[in-house]
Design a protein around this ligand. Structure first.
Ligand SMILES: *[C@@H]1O[C@H](CO)[C@@H](O)[C@H](O)[C@H]1NC(C)=O
Ligand SMILES: *[C@@H]1O[C@H](CO)[C@@H](O)[C@H](O)[C@H]1NC(C)=O
Ligand SMILES: *[C@@H]1O[C@H](CO)[C@@H](O)[C@H](O)[C@H]1NC(C)=O
Length: 504
């Protein structure tokens, strides 16, 4: 498209009008937006003075700003959970947006002054956050490109999203092949001092059959107010089934889940359709949860629908242990097995007509192991469990007093540690000159009782994520449940960082 825009630039007073001809409309918008601040701060007052000759300036400023406001994306704000009810975002299986919003909201502290403090670091790639350029202008433009940023989370096709919790990825794993299962995102804007978030948004991609399917849909993009973030956390404080309470309040369509397909029923035989209707109308009770165990109740009956669950865990020797539960008799009778694949190489684990159990496979633990339930006869897949995350779904822990953090992870079944150093901490080699990381096969061991260790300065450079440099070391200790890494500044056995023990 050929477009002309007239820009009046104060510095070019002798050439009052500069004609800019560009072929790409969006780049014009970007130019306008990036100069917006300069224009408002310096040009408008002087223009105003010239054109109005001292008369009231306000209407003039308003007219000047109108075109900018029209092209300037500013998603509407949702203020309460009831504002969530009538939007499309994440409301029907297998969409995952409400689950994702619930999860992120629980990792934000919002104080009375509406300051939003995340307990994760988007720029470090925590939970799979990645930098989003917003070239389509779905969100308001950044005033300071170097210090602010948009970060997006929730693209479940990406490896970096493996660390998201099971309940966020659940519908994605159940609805194999569905075009709807990966559309929702949460986007945050970081602020210049990096500690706070300026804004939290929800958005969604256009449907897969739309040519714009890799773009966010501005019509379905909303800002989430600090009050709503607080409400999501508050709503369900101290309740085990808080996710259900939130989904219920936001009017998630429970009946859109095909319970018959994914559940193992216990209790009396009843008409499932009736139960689904009833559960969609009643507020959840303490015993109701949409997560691992789905309990549905109506006034006469109580039925428990236990979701089929598969996961990869660690043995004591760094191998993969497959754990499954709630496989219904209907599937056991047809004959099913668990197939565990990574990069095209697979191992199967028999189930032997047991509705729950474990099986150790001769495969070292590694990121990306993906367990799926399949029919024995035709290998057709029914659902998948969470993909194995090499960090055990744990964020790095802060090394107290330094712009650095420590993370335990596994590679080929060994316990490895990652030192994450902010690039502003440039003399870390000096400060950490006599520092070391101890590896413990059991977190109950005393500091001096480490299994193996390595000096911090011997860690190998792995790469850079955002403003963080990563350094890694793999020990000869097998990863196992309860394993832990600790950081020591000096020879004395006083640790200043301890990772969360590896899960059983
Ligand atoms: C939320 O509050 C803002 C500011 O008070 C208001 O402009 C906006 O319309 C409200 N949003 C909804 C959905 O009511
Ligand atoms: C959160 O809960 C506390 C106590 O339960 C209540 O005093 C407060 O008003 C609630 N805040 C919001 C935003 O709902
Ligand atoms: C595979 O076999 C199972 C059990 O016999 C059957 O229910 C299912 O429909 C089959 N799937 C395909 C894709 O053939």
């Amino acid at each position: 498209m050929l477009t002309s825009v007239f820009i009046y630039i104060e510095k070019l007073k002798r050439i009052p009008i500069a004609i800019v001809v560009l072929f790409n409309f969006s780049s014009i918008i970007n130019i306008i937006l990036s100069y917006y601040r300069t224009i408002t701060l310096s040009v408008i007052p002087s223009l105003c003075h010239r054109f109005t000759m001292g008369r009231e300036c306000l209407p003039f400023i308003f007219l000047m700003l109108l075109p900018v406001a029209l092209v300037w994306a500013n998603p509407p704000t949702l203020n309460t959970t009831s504002d969530l009810i009538n939007i499309e975002f994440g409301h029907r299986f297998p969409r995952h947006g409400l689950h994702l919003l619930y999860f992120i909201a629980h990792h934000l502290d919002v104080d009375d002054n509406n300051i939003i403090r995340p307990n994760f670091v988007p720029d470090r790639g925590d939970w799979g956050f990645f930098s989003y350029s917003d070239s389509e202008g779905v969100f308001p433009p950044l005033l300071d490109q170097n210090q602010q940023g948009y970060y997006s989370v929730g693209n479940l096709n990406l490896q970096i999203s493996y660390s998201l919790p099971h309940f966020v990825t659940q519908s994605y794993r159940l609805a194999l092949g569905s075009a709807e299962r990966n559309r929702d995102r949460v986007v945050v804007r970081t602020s210049p001092n990096r500690e706070y978030l300026e804004a939290v948004y929800i958005t969604q991609r256009y449907p897969l059959n739309d040519p714009r399917s890799n773009q966010y849909d501005p019509q379905n993009t909303w800002r989430i107010s600090p009050a709503l973030l607080r409400e999501i956390r508050n709503l369900s404080a101290n309740r085990k089934d808080s996710l259900s309470v939130f989904l219920y309040t936001a009017s998630y369509d429970v009946s859109s889940i095909n319970f018959n397909k994914y559940c193992y029923y216990t209790g009396p035989d009843i008409n499932i359709d009736q139960v689904e209707e009833a559960s969609a109308q009643q507020p959840p009770t303490e015993s109701t949860a949409v997560n691992k165990r789905v309990s549905l109740s109506n006034s006469n009956n109580h039925v428990e629908c236990n979701e089929i669950f598969l996961e990869v865990k660690a043995t004591d020797k760094g191998y993969a242990r497959i754990r499954w539960s709630n496989i219904p008799d209907t599937l056991l009778d047809k004959g099913v097995q668990v197939n565990v694949c990574k990069d095209g190489s697979c191992l199967t684990s028999p189930i032997d007509k047991r509705s729950y159990g474990t099986y150790d496979i001769r495969k070292y633990l590694n990121k990306g192991l993906s367990p799926c339930l399949q029919y024995v006869v035709n290998k057709s897949e029914i659902m998948c469990g969470p993909t194995y995350d090499d960090t055990d779904r744990k964020l790095p822990v802060d090394i107290k007093g330094y712009d650095a953090s420590l993370q335990l992870y596994t590679k080929d079944g060994y316990a490895c540690a990652r030192l994450i150093i902010k690039n502003t901490f440039s003399d870390w080699m000096n400060k950490f000159g006599s520092s070391w990381v101890g590896f413990y096969s059991d977190h109950n061991k005393y500091n001096y009782n480490y299994d193996t260790h390595q000096m911090a300065t011997y860690f190998q450079y792995e790469g850079m994520v955002g403003q963080y440099n990563m350094y890694v070391y793999c020990s000869n200790m097998a990863i196992r449940p309860e394993a832990q890494a600790r950081f020591f500044l000096h020879k004395e056995y006083v640790s200043i960082a301890m990772t969360i023990p590896w899960e059983r």
